[in-house]
Design a protein around this ligand. Structure first.
Ligand SMILES: [Zn+2]
Ligand SMILES: [Zn+2]
Length: 227
C-alpha cells in the first residue's frame, strides 16, 4: 500500500482512511462538539441510504470536561460492541489519523446502558486536520463522502450553519438552498414521523430523541399528525 501523509493532502477535500481491522473499507472521522465518531466514507451496499453512516461513537462527551485537553483530543470510550476493533481501526490506519498521548483516566463505560461500570480510558489525539472530517447535515442528516470537495458541483463541501441553539453545525447544499426555515420544518417532520436516523452525530442526547419519537407516535395515534 502506498504510504500517504495527511499533511500533504489537498486541502478542502475530505480525508478518509482504511484499516486492516475493518477489511480496508474506506472510513472517515466526524465530530460534533466534543463527540467523535467513526463514519462510513460512502454508502456501502449494506446501508440503504446515505444518512445511516455512523459506525460508532468514540468517546463519551457527557463525561466531565478535561480543561487541559486540546480540542483534537478525546478519551477513548466507545459505545461500539466491537470495542477493541474501533480502537485498532483508528490507531492502525492508512494514512495515520490518530495517536495515543499516553494519558489515561477512569470513566463510566459508554457501551454500558446504565453507565455503572468504570473503565480506564486512553487519551487519543486526532492528527487529521479539522477540514478533513466528514460533515453531517444538521437538517437532513446527509453525510459527506470520500468524494466530497472534488470539482463535481454536486459534491461541494457542506458549509457551516447555525443550527437551533447550536453553533457547531453544517448543512448540505440542498438544505442550504431551501433555507433554514423549510429545512427545519422538514427535520421536525422527520422526527415526528419516526423516520429520522437516530444514529447521527447530533443526537447528543438519545433520550431526548426517543422522547420526541414517542411524542410523534402519540400525535399520530390520535390523528393529530399525518404523514
Ligand atoms: Zn507519514
Ligand atoms: Zn441537508
Amino acid at each position: 500500500m502506498i504510504h500517504q501523509d495527511i499533511h500533504l493532502m489537498e486541502e478542502h477535500r475530505t480525508i478518509c482512511f482504511v484499516s486492516p481491522h475493518n477489511a480496508y473499507l474506506s472510513m472517515g472521522l466526524s465530530r460534533h462538539g466534543r463527540a467523535w465518531f467513526i463514519t462510513w466514507a460512502r454508502a456501502y451496499g449494506m446501508l440503504d441510504n446515505n444518512k445511516a453512516r455512523v459506525f460508532c461513537r468514540l468517546n463519551n462527551p457527557s463525561s466531565p470536561r478535561d480543561r487541559q485537553q486540546k480540542p483534537n483530543c478525546f478519551w477513548f470510550n466507545t459505545d461500539s460492541m466491537l470495542f477493541t476493533n474501533a480502537y485498532k481501526m483508528i490507531l492502525e490506519s492508512e494514512p495515520t489519523i490518530a495517536r495515543k498521548t499516553g494519558r489515561k483516566r477512569m470513566e463510566r463505560m459508554n457501551g454500558d446502558p446504565w453507565y455503572a461500570q468504570e473503565i480506564e480510558c486512553e487519551e487519543i489525539e486526532v492528527l487529521m486536520p479539522e477540514w478533513g472530517l466528514l460533515r453531517q447535515c444538521f437538517y437532513c442528516f446527509d453525510l459527506e463522502t470520500e468524494d466530497q470537495g472534488t470539482p463535481d458541483p454536486g459534491l461541494r463541501r457542506f458549509q457551516k450553519c447555525e443550527g437551533w441553539l447550536d453553533r457547531d453545525c453544517y448543512w448540505c447544499q440542498i438544505c442550504q438552498e431551501k433555507g433554514w426555515f423549510s429545512s427545519y420544518t422538514m427535520k421536525l417532520q422527520q422526527i415526528l414521523s419516526g423516520e429520522v436516523i437516530w444514529w447521527n452525530i447530533y443526537s447528543e442526547n438519545v433520550l431526548v430523541f426517543r422522547a420526541m419519537r414517542r411524542f410523534g407516535f402519540l400525535l399520530r395515534k390520535f390523528g393529530l399528525f399525518s404523514t
